[in-house]
Design a protein around this ligand. Sequence first.
Ligand code: MSP
Length: 661
Amino acid sequence: MPAKPKFYLTTPIYYTNGLPHIGHTYTTVVADVIRRYKRMRGYEVVMTTGTDEHGVNVERAAKNAGVPESEFVAKMADAWRALWEELGLSAEEFVRTTDLRHVRTVQWLFKLCRENGYVYKGHYTGQYCIYDNAFVNDAKPGDNCPDCGRPTETLTEENYFLKLSAFQKPLLDFYKKNPDFIQPESRKNEIVSFVEGGLKDLSITRTTVRWGIPVPGEEPHVFYVWFDALNAYLSAVGGPDYEKRGMWPADLHLVGKDIIRFHTVYWPAFLMAAMLPVPKQVWAHGWFLMDASKMSKSKGNVVLPRPIANMLGMDALRYFLLREVVFGQDGNFSYDALVTRYNSDLANGLGNLASRTAAMIEKTFAGKIPKAGKLEAPDEALARETQAGIGDVLDYFEKMNFARALESLWTVIAAADKYLTTQKPWSLGDSEADMQRKANILATTAELLRIVTVLAHPVLPDSTAKIWTLLGQPGSVSAVELDGLRWGQLTTDAPLGKPQTLFPRVEKSEAIERIESMANEELNPSTAPAPAPAAATSAGSGAAAAAAPAASEKIAIEDFAKVEMRVGQIKTAERIVGADRLLKLTVDIGTEIRQICAGIAQFYEPDSLIGRKVAVVTNLAPRKLRGVESNGMIIAASVGPEGRPVLAGFPEDVEIGARLK
Ligand code: MSP
């Protein structure tokens, strides 16, 4: 098999003085969507993200926290990495600017620039914004930073300079030869005029900053944050040995519009000075605004990703971020719009189409997708519409117009809804002709759904994987490439997966209230008490009991909302050797099978539990009990003086995975 073409894309490396908000999440989500899309198109993809850990801000933050800088940034980097993982956004490479591989790359780049005659020593006095780590061009003492509005400081230093002025012409020539280098077009014009206006040499080292990468043999010089940070893209894929990995130059740097100049002027100039290959494209997206201003912790208007993912699922957040604003432009973030889109496009749109199609197949064809016979005109029309839709969606993905790609895809979903409404398979009888007609309608709808699932996968990875299983399709949806999109490749006669709720409808005000209260708790952890689950048995019972408030103490609804409980069904149960009280259970909670340990062994025979529906706390952190991992908690009443556990139960018809409220 010929080697796959390579595609290397990056997010910015994020500052470690805070944790990700929706703005950072946006860039990383887009990168992940492109990564999945490119894989679908047959590429071997590497994505890099990471943390930008040097500079005065970190020095100050670490001092305030009373810890050494290295300890401070290590904790922050772990937190960023962990959150990306939790949100399903881990990249192939997570680069920290304190990594040795990165330090070596920065020092190597400097050496190359110096050997090529583009570095000299000089003095620089200017107004400096310590928040943005940048000298502010043309600012006078007393001026505020035009980007963040905070006061600048006057700074004079002995610095090493890079002859940026020498790259005015090479840069302009490069932009001309590579018209797609800066995207979108409007940003390109802005950068071209900036460079045409003349470039001043750039100081690339500092002596006033301690926490930075040392310039070898030139201490106390450390590298200027941008000379340091931009190199992360290269150090992530081999640094001085970049040729071995074959991923450089990068195909795409994704950035917010705030840092486009660094990426399209400084970065290519550094690389040109070092005579290294220059990246192929920089795409600058707009900002998500909150009440028309940029989010920042200091303004207290940040939106956090985790509470949204907890309440509506990460797919819902991904969908909203991509569908709501045109990529490249600014957009307002609103919980109201988020929940509206969730209910209309996901719960009523895709989710409903998938579950009603599966339910009809289940009922009419004993849970196996029927084979289509000869298609009739409406079936063929729908197939044609779907095929046209595929073309549109791919086209828009290529142009990074995600909003339009999703809009086109949802037009296909709407066409399927309309098709079902007009063809009314439910109104047909049991005659051979009617059964064949029903088979055609349902197979046609299922085929459309299969294609929609593949196309939606880059944006909705979790739910499309569920729909794929629901449709009983072989392999994994993430492995389907372009040729799998052709109409007519539906696997029929395979049993459908078990029914699942994909996007349960939510009540808007209640959902927003819950998201906001979880966000409040995350931003101000000390103000809210820990939640106290009811009498419960298993993974966390000891800890929960210890944290339980006195009977008279009230908790707020937000506290209760933090506990996610679902109906689960016990699949297996066995005793644990050496632990008299514990049973090891596997429990189906609708989205997955969990292993949970429960302290009920003295009161329940393992066999008597199989098939039983129980209440499960599903969002407890996993823990080990007697060396056995327990991932959740089964709810039980605690009865009598000996605290005999009596499991809470549900009637047969209560769906597995249903949420307890
Ligand atoms: N550390 C530098 C980047 C160095 S890259 C070599 C930095 N870090 S940052 O933590 O401030 O992250 C900036 C990036 O986060 C922006 O470029 C953008 O990608 C994203 N966003 C931060 N706030 C945002 C919004 N409100 N809206 C959209 N994206 C924004 O700059």
